[in-house]
Design a protein around this ligand. Structure first.
Ligand code: AQP
Length: 333
């Protein structure tokens, strides 16, 4: 049987996961699990580049693992693990750091944004984030990486580092390609400010809907969402607020923008916002119930993580020992 291509992606346990993370990442992870050999991580090493409360980080890690499974990622088909459980990620980062130039990292948009946002904590990890991300991907010889628009620059660096290493030391890494999902690429914007990305670390909780928000909260946040002047439900660049809600509605109902426009023709924003809220709440309810069930079974979650760690470590070690050999580390005769 032909071997499937490997695909890697991860989500940071840096807060309560939003519907932006779900639409842009987790929903796609589920759709890709039959086509690829998928490896998905809870990226806790990445998360500490921004200050985290230790107890919250532990809780968010377990919750994210449960959420992955509750959303439909099958641990029997995919490798699901926690990044810090596989030390090879840090080890490869060190080697790749030695072929990365500071200028490449200081000009990254995310570094600039997060440095501005966390001016009190501009640390080396924040700057080195893309090299750790390159290690995540290259360790597994991933051919494809599903990326949102916000991660394209980082994937480009991963490709550059893979090519640079391969040229210097001979062929070692698969050079990954971005995987753009058909009909997606949606970047979900903040409900409070549709010019900004919806982010789990946003200080304004009205800007995002989390995957754990209850029905009333979801509907209230949708009702309060900043919309544009006028009252016509139409996808348009000059209607960023309404366009964002159309994207969210589409992601949870499967309806195209045209279908949504037609459905709400002659109706105002009020009806539309309520319908968006109800659609999101309806879709989240079964996921929330399954997540709650899984969180009661820590033994099962720990076992999934352990299995994931073992499989991930095996693949990662193979790549790492190749890298160590190529750079000239003595590994016994
Ligand atoms: N608003 C979004 N729309 C679409 N996709 C999104 N992603 C994040 N926000 C949106 C996608 O989610 C995946 C995991 O992201 P991450 O947790 O690794 O970090 P992030 O991109 O920095 O997400 P957040 O929510 O903005 O986290 P914080 O606030 O901690 O920085 C990625 O594939 C991303 O594209």
């Amino acid at each position: 049987m032909e071997e499937k291509r490997k695909l890697f992606s991860a989500v940071q346990p840096s807060g309560a996961v939003t519907i932006g993370n779900y639409i842009g990442a987790i929903k796609n992870f589920v759709a890709l699990q039959d086509e690829f050999d998928c490896i998905y991580a809870v990226a806790d090493l990445h998360a500490i580049t921004v200050r985290q409360e230790p107890a919250a980080l532990r809780k968010n890690t377990l919750e994210l693992m449960a959420l992955f499974i509750a959303c439909g990622i099958d641990p029997e088909k995919c490798v699901l693990f926690v990044q810090s459980h596989v030390p090879a990620h840090c080890e490869l980062t060190w080697v790749l750091n030695t072929i990365t130039y500071p200028g490449e990292l200081s000009r990254m948009t995310q570094f600039k944004d997060k440095s501005a946002k966390h001016a009190e904590n501009v640390n080396m990890g924040l700057m080195d984030y893309p090299v750790l991300m390159a290690s995540d991907i290259l360790l597994y010889q991933a051919a494809a990486v599903p990326v949102g628009a916000d991660q394209k620059q980082h994937l480009e660096l991963t490709r550059d580092l893979a090519i640079r290493f391969n040229n210097r030391y001979s062929d070692t890494f698969t050079v990954p390609e971005p995987y753009i999902m058909k009909g997606s690429g949606a970047k979900i914007m903040s409900l409070a400010d549709p010019s900004r990305k919806m982010s789990k670390s946003d200080d304004n909780p009205n800007g995002f809907i989390t995957m754990s928000d209850d029905r009333d909260t979801v509907i209230r946040k949708c009702k309060r969402a900043v919309t544009d002047s006028g009252n016509e439900v139409r996808l348009s660049e000059d209607k960023p607020g309404v366009s964002n809600l159309i994207a969210i509605y589409g992601a949870f109902t499967g309806k195209s923008a045209q279908e949504t426009e037609k459905q709400f023709e002659g109706k105002g924003y009020g009806d539309f916002k309520l319908a968006v809220g109800e659609a999101v709440a309806d879709a989240l309810a079964p996921i929330q119930a399954e997540k709650a069930r899984l969180l009661k079974d820590k033994g099962y979650l720990n076992e999934v993580m352990k299995r994931g760690e073992e499989t991930a470590s095996r693949i990662a070690r193979k790549t790492l020992s190749k890298v160590y050999r190529k750079v000239g580390f003595y590994q016994g005769e």
